[in-house]
Structure formats: C-alpha cells, structure tokens
Design a binder for this molecule. Structure first.
Ligand code: UTP
Length: 288
C-alpha cells in the first residue's frame, strides 16, 4: 500500500470567524507570515506527497491564487533585487501539483471527502483539514502513512484532550485496551459524548489516512449531526481502523482564541531572531 495523494477540505463557511470569513476563506487566515493552508500543504509535502487535491467552494478563489505563479509580483521583486522574498514567493507555487474541486454546497466533511473520489480512485490517501496546523518533529501525516502502510488499514491521528473538552470532539473507543506508543486498533468512535459517557479522551485531530473503502461507506451513510454527512459516521463502518497518538502541537484556527494562540505560540517557538524577541517583549509588557 502506497500513499501518494493528499486531500485538503477547505470548503467550510467558517461561521465562528465571521465577519472576517465573509469574503475571505478561513483557511487563508494568516498565522505569522503564511496562510494556514500553506502549513497544511507543507505538511503533506514533507510527508512525501506531491499530488494534492483541495476541496474548495464559493468565495474560495484566494486559495487558488495563493498557490498560483504570480508573474507580475515575481518580476517586480526581481527588478527591485528583493531576492529573498522572490524565493519565498516562488517556493509556494513549486510546492506540489495542486488540483481543485468545488463542493457544490457546504454539506459536511463527509460530503466534502466524497468529492475526492474521482481524483483519488482506488488508492489510500491522506486527509488533512485545511484549518488545522500540526507541528511535530516527524510530521503527523508521515507517522500516519507509516502506520497505514505497515498495517494496510486506515489510521487516524488522536490527541489526548482535557476530559472537560471531550464533549466537543469525536473520541476513540479502544474497547478497554490501552493506547501504545505506535499505532493501535480502534474499535469505535463516539461523536461529542458527555464527559461521563466518553470511552476515552483520545480525540480526532484532523489528520487521517483513509483506504478507498471510505467512499462506499460514505455513500451508505445517513445524514448525521446537523443534517450533514459526517465523516466520523462513515469511518465507524470501516473494517479496520487504527489510531496514532499525536506527538506535537495542534492548532485548530477555526475560532479567534485558538487562532491567537497559534500566532503567539508559534512566534515564540520559531527561533526567527527579531520576531520572537519582539513578541516576547510585547507579552511581557502585557503581564507587567
Ligand atoms: P468545520 O467543522 O470547522 O466547519 O470544518 P466550517 O464551516 O469550516 O466552520 P464553522 O463551524 O462554520 O466555523 C473543518 C474543515 O472541513 C472543511 C472546512 O473548510 C474546514 O477546513 N469543510 C467542512 C468542508 O470542506 N466542507 C464542509 O461541508 C464542511
């Protein structure tokens, strides 16, 4: 089993971020110097994938423009001798072969994934949510691909979240077994359980490797929460699903507090000389 393609759904409305997202895709929200979706594409590329399908929708043209070549800008930067910046702009367009398909209506993550069927065909594929940045030493997608290739099964990234946060997530049921350092079998998933009924605090994080069997399962899946086609409902019907515990930091930039957190933590973490010093000084000022 060889994972060579990635799918990035980016067709949501981003209502938790309105009005910013009225005319601009949530996935284009900047975190430091890059739009969120660029980090996601870079993660896929680092995992060895160079064929990426982005699921877009109405009002998402900025995503396509971002990954396009920008001849005028490149010419101007070259003329002005701004070679560093020119390199950074050119790198974006050269990252991977990026394809697009439009989800006709925002109808749930499961529905968005269905649009990948033609492009993906009969192959397993990586799925990365376009509004979630994951930073880890070995990319999360790379760890999932290794486990999927080893066990010939679908694999999800799972993160231990505080128990009180469990009702906001889909969580894994390991059937009474413990998670291990590598990948481990998952018996079932429960969507947004009350804390006292949750089978674990291992939450689905927005990174998956799925076998093509998922498309048939999605076709047979009834609409779930919110009247939408839920990906988790279809994953529950897969033959064989494994989990890998995330080792790293996850930032879901879908709401303002966690978007701010992503900017602050990443600015402090990335040793970019002046920038992290400036942010540290700024925060110091606020607490004094
Ligand atoms: P969310 O669940 O955060 O939904 O989607 P949303 O519509 O973007 O945001 P809110 O809840 O209205 O604030 C998670 C990811 O799945 C994509 C989104 O673009 C996001 O990257 N998605 C979601 C789709 O592509 N299509 C859908 O129908 C739903």
């Amino acid at each position: 089993m060889d994972v060579t393609k990635a799918v990035i759904p980016a067709a949501g409305f981003g209502t938790r971020f309105l009005p910013v997202t009225k005319a601009q895709p949530k996935e284009m929200m900047p975190v430091l110097d890059r739009p969120t979706i660029q980090y996601v594409v870079e993660e896929a590329v680092e995992a060895g994938i160079d064929d990426i399908l982005i699921i877009t929708g109405r009002g998402k043209q900025a995503i396509e423009r971002h990954f396009d070549k920008s001849y005028e800008l490149e010419e101007a930067l070259e003329k002005d001798g701004k070679i560093d910046r020119l390199d950074r702009v050119q790198e974006i367009a050269d990252l991977a072969d990026i394809h697009y398909v439009r989800q006709k209506e925002r109808d749930g993550l499961g529905d968005a994934v269905m649009y990948a069927r033609k492009h993906v065909g009969d192959q397993p594929f990586a799925l990365l949510l376009g509004d979630t940045i994951i930073e880890s030493d070995t990319t999360c997608t790379e760890s999932l691909i290794s486990a999927a290739e080893e066990h010939e099964s679908s694999v999800l990234s799972l993160e231990r979240v505080p128990w009180e946060d469990v009702p906001s997530y889909g969580v894994a049921d390991l059937g009474g077994e413990e998670s291990t350092g590598g990948s481990f079998p998952v018996e079932d998933f429960v969507e947004k359980p009350p804390q006292e009924e949750a089978p674990s605090n291992l939450a689905i994080t927005g990174r998956y490797v799925l076998t093509p069997e998922i498309f048939d399962r999605l076709e047979q899946t009834e609409r779930g929460v919110g009247g939408e086609l839920q990906l988790t409902d279809a994953i529950r019907e897969l033959e064989d699903v494994r989990g890998v515990e995330l080792k790293g930091d996850r930032y879901d930039i879908g709401n303002i507090p966690s978007w701010l957190q992503a900017n602050i933590e990443m600015a402090l973490k990335h040793d970019d000389g002046e920038m992290n010093e400036a942010v540290e000084a700024l925060l110091q000022e606020q607490v004094e």
